[in-house]
Design a protein around this ligand. Sequence first.
Ligand code: SF4
Length: 285
Amino acid sequence: MSAGSEQLGFDLLDDAFAAPALHRVTPARLATWDSCPRRFRMLYLDRPAPARGGAWAHTTLGAVVHLALRALFDLPPRSRTPAAAAALVDRNWSDEGFRDAAQIAEYRERAREWLAAVATGPDGDDEPLALERRVVAPVGSLLVEGRVDRIDDRDGRAVIVDYKTGRGVPDDGRARDSQALALYAMATEHVLRRPCRRVELHHVPTGEVAAWEHDDASLRAHRERAEAQAADSAAAAAQLEAGGGPEALFPVRTGPQCGTCTVRRNCPAGRAAVEEPQPWALLAP
Ligand code: SF4
């Protein structure tokens, strides 16, 4: 793999797998390209990388809960008590992005309660197949790379579990439409060599689970869309490297995403389009 291809943000991998070469992608990179090509360029291509904004409380909370859940399911089932779950929140806690001490105390306590509810809930005794599993696998013309929150075993079939901690409670349509979950399902099927069609979004604050059972057609649609995004972003990056104009190749796409965009301080169009919310504004109510 050449240093130049690494700098493009997706690698053409032609040594570990048979020809034709595969585009190495992560679902996050594809989603960034889809939401705003300028943001894609700033995050993955521009060097030196532009300065990023400060911490967001909802991001901090999400990271804490993910770490605590991973540690919880690492424990033997008999040790997954509410007290142990709450202690794991404390062990992984961070104050970054919160408004003040009162808000920190409120959300820390909420996170303790969420984890305690998971420990005593229907999943509490499950033995996942994998936690925070890094998967790297060919999917069509792509080499999909990413980290899956949890992979469950249900009657010999793998199930992708993704944790959510934000304001919105996801519905089944969101699970169906998630490109990341579909790509992870296809990659996991390859890596674990067992069927993987079901994807689930677990909303930790409410305990709600949104789910979708993919079939060949829905997975093919996700794969083809991802392949088109990878091809388009690779073509734009190649033209940029050849001297093309960055603004035309990576156009601005303003929208709600500008509010929390990590590179908005370098993007006048995004700042003009959307006001920046307070760092704690997207916490679950
Ligand atoms: S602020 Fe908006 S328009 Fe600017 S890079 Fe970010 S997402 Fe794109």
